[in-house]
Write a new protein. Sequence first.
Length: 259
Amino acid sequence: MIVDLHNHTPLCNHAEGEIFEYVEKAIESGTKCFGFSDHAPMDFDPKYRMSFDQMQEYEQAVLNVKEKYKDKIEILLAYEVDYLNGYMDERVLNADVDYLIGSVHFIDEWGFDNPEFIGHYEHEDIDIIWQKYFNAIEELAKSGHFDIVGHLDLIKVFKFMPKKDINLIAKNALQAIKKADMVLELNVAGYRKPVAEAYPSASLLKQAYELGIPITFSSDAHKPEQVALFNDEITKMARDAGYTECAIFRKRKREMLNF
């Protein structure tokens, strides 16, 4: 990936390695622009995110490696923000960053992508779950807070697939993303999960291309060795869908690069 905008640090409490190790792996992999977008703090699910008191520490750590490696790679500063009504905080939404990734990890406060709570699927209608998830993605886009949509179809993580046509389930969400002029990330973390494919699927990505939704690339690394994994697969997937450009952001301003 020449651009890799979604990566984590140990401050989220479920990532490993030193921040400089992620940067050096990105340099080694030929990445030109590497973004840290760790899980933003909020007063919910604190086990898997930094605290508000750690925001300054996080931002300074990213700025330190940005300066240290400035002759070798461009480092960007961001947050991955959970879209969850009642919990998003202005300290995060107004932070002085290059971009914000909006993600849905909770349906009615259920952490559906957390293996700890996988048993909850037994009590739900899978078609209804998928529709609730994409309704939340639609609301995320309409909120106007974010630059990038994180892992569009994360709901497929454990490979519990709906009976309904996924493209129809996601249609309104994709139209809202287009209307909001947001960027869709191609996230390789799905290759490391039971579903064993990228987020989004090739079918949803083709629908996004037909709508004219721009893309970017993401390792979603939680370990240095995950940086730039599946680079060839995700680049080919983007080109097969018709894309030739990907987005980066500096101070919330988007720029498109050829890849």
